[in-house]
Write a protein that binds this ligand. Structure first.
Ligand code: HEC
Ligand code: HEC
Ligand code: HEC
Length: 462
């Protein structure tokens, strides 16, 4: 009698060996998103600049550990590689979406808004899905755990962020404006969402939330100052041409003499310079006044021309007798003139300081920060910081020399502010409050919450 095939031991052995492999391959097929989706996710991660905070030199990509100094203490970014023990390998798409758009971790606890989920809340489901595919399948798992974040009481109580979110997290999805062009809407979506310009450029209230009524009107990051980028022609960038803004965002240099330093330069190097040019054009169309946006971007004006023009405006004054000059001018001649030229008009492609837009800001923090930290562009010559060479008084003196002589500005900086910038910024008034004792800040949150709820109720009953 012939036995049925499935009773043949050889056949059984073969099936038993192959079955898991076949099943595994079928499962993997169902699980692995298309290459195209992963690549789209990578592009979203570049626009969102995830690397700025989640990658740290000397550690594997995206394994976290980047210290973010907040006025409340240091917050460490976490490992967002697909490692299942140290990273987010176990996150479902929904948990990932909640972390990005609602500020809730997989374990249900709240994230600190040092992670810009208030901006990412505007991202579409499609972008979140692509981003998830990239982090699950396009990033190498790394098992290094970052240091733990320890904030002082009451900020160590993550649930207090729930009240904060209730007050300040606008989780409505992005609404395109049907009256505007597709390009304008693309720009609005990117600025409000992934590229999170407001995280730096919008001033914050006493509870460190962005003041939505003053979107992009300029805010201090504690040290660097992110200037007004509204379309106001006086205080903002309303006077910039589209080409100037596009060049600035793609290269950190602009025909109007602006150069980027500090966190803006980092965002340009890691993110904006790597985004598709259409997206940067869309951002410029959204940010600039309508009339300017309608005009097509004129071809890049040679930046050197602009600098020479500025240079010609300043007469290269013959050096005065040495004891005649101010302390600020002396520092400038000793330390700066070799690169920026005695009259501030720039040399050999190095930037002009005369008429530089950094000198027409409401404070001189960025000038002092550039002198303290230096300027470090990825693909050009940079400038070493002078933190070790120059004392607070000398930095204040040379900063004020630049403000008055090259910027015709009345804004000045004092040595106390330079010392504060050197130390990493002013301590938060919130922290002072918290230190006073029984979580006064927690009480403030509760009181504000009450005010907000009653206002909302009133609005409803009206
Ligand atoms: C400005 C800095 C910053 C940027 C930019 C940023 N993150 Fe974060 N992210 C953080 C910090 C800080 C934390 C941890 C916050 C905490 O401990 O409460 C975090 C936490 C997370 C978490 C939660 C992980 C966990 O611990 O369970 C995820 C997921 C995440 N980020 C993904 C992203 C992605 C994706 C991007 C880019 C689209 C991004 N982040 C951009 C700072 C940032
Ligand atoms: C991480 C913080 C940060 C983010 C995010 C950021 N900026 Fe900035 N930005 C700054 C800082 C700081 C400066 C000042 C740089 C300097 O003085 O060199 C600046 C300068 C600028 C300037 C020059 C303004 C002037 O008057 O000189 C423009 C324009 C600008 N940013 C546009 C943007 C846009 C558009 C986005 C989003 C697509 C953005 N920034 C995102 C921090 C940021
Ligand atoms: C070795 C040459 C060199 C020296 C010396 C030097 N700088 Fe610079 N500086 C640069 C370069 C290069 C940049 C801009 C890099 C870029 O964006 O391409 C720059 C940029 C700047 C900026 C613009 C920062 C911003 O916000 O964008 C300021 C302000 C400045 N320098 C001031 C000074 C002062 C003040 C001194 C003297 C204390 C000084 N520099 C000395 C090379 C130099």
């Amino acid at each position: 009698m012939v036995k049925p095939l499935y009773e043949n031991p050889w056949y059984k052995a073969l099936v038993l060996t192959l079955a898991p492999w076949i099943a595994g391959a079928a499962l993997a097929q169902a699980d692995t998103p298309s290459r195209e989706l992963i690549q789209r996710g990578e592009a979203v991660s570049i626009a969102g600049d995830c690397a700025a905070c989640h990658s740290e030199p000397g550690r594997p990509a995206y394994s976290g550990g980047h210290p973010i100094k907040s006025p409340l203490g240091t917050i460490y970014s976490t490992n967002i590689t697909p490692s299942t023990d140290a990273g987010i390998g176990d996150y479902s798409l929904e948990q990932f979406s909640d972390a990005l758009r609602r500020g809730v971790r997989a374990d249900g606890r709240q994230l600190y808004p040092a992670m810009p989920y208030t901006a990412y809340a505007k991202m579409t489901d499609e972008d979140i899905e692509a981003l998830y595919a990239y982090f699950m399948h396009g990033v190498e798992p790394a098992s290094e755990a970052p240091p733990e974040t320890e904030l002082p009481f009451p900020f160590n109580l993550r649930f207090s962020m729930k009240a904060w979110n209730l007050l300040f997290l606008d989780s409505d999805p992005f609404e395109p404006d049907p009256e505007r062009s597709e390009q304008w809407n693309r720009g609005a979506y990117l600025v409000q969402g992934a590229t999170h310009c407001g995280t730096c450029h919008t001033p914050r209230n006493a509870l460190m939330a962005e003041k939505s009524s003053q979107a992009l009107a300029g805010g201090s990051l504690g040290t660097w100052y992110a200037p007004d980028i509204t379309d106001d022609p006086e205080t903002g960038i309303g006077g910039w041409s589209r080409r100037e803004l596009v060049d600035y965002l793609r290269t950190g240099h602009s025909g109007n003499g602006a150069t980027a330093a500090g966190p803006m330069l980092e965002a340009i190097d890691l993110s904006f310079s790597r985004m598709p040019e259409e997206d940067i054009e869309a951002i410029a169309v959204y940010l600039l006044p309508e009339a300017e946006s309608e005009a097509p971007a004129e071809p890049a004006s040679a930046e050197r021309d602009a600098q020479t023009n500025i240079g010609q405006l300043i007469d290269d004054d013959t050096p005065a007798a040495l004891d005649d000059i101010t302390p600020g001018e002396r520092v400038y001649r000793d330390q700066c003139a070799a690169c920026h030229a005695p009259g501030g008009q720039g040399l050999n492609g190095l930037p002009a300081l005369a008429g530089h837009p950094v000198l027409d800001k409401p404070n001189a923090d960025n000038v002092a920060m550039a002198i303290l930290e230096g300027v470090w562009p990825e693909h050009r010559q940079g400038m070493l910081g002078f933190a070790d060479e120059l004392g607070d008084q000398q930095i204040a003196d040379v900063t004020n020399h630049l403000m008055s002589e090259f910027g015709q500005s009345d804004v000045r900086i004092d040595t106390a502010r330079v010392a504060e910038l050197r130390a990493g910024g002013a301590p938060s008034s919130l922290l002072m409050l918290a230190r006073v004792g029984m979580g006064v800040a927690g009480i403030v949150v509760v009181v504000l919450l009450g005010v907000w709820l009653s206002r909302r109720r009133r609005r409803r009953t009206r």
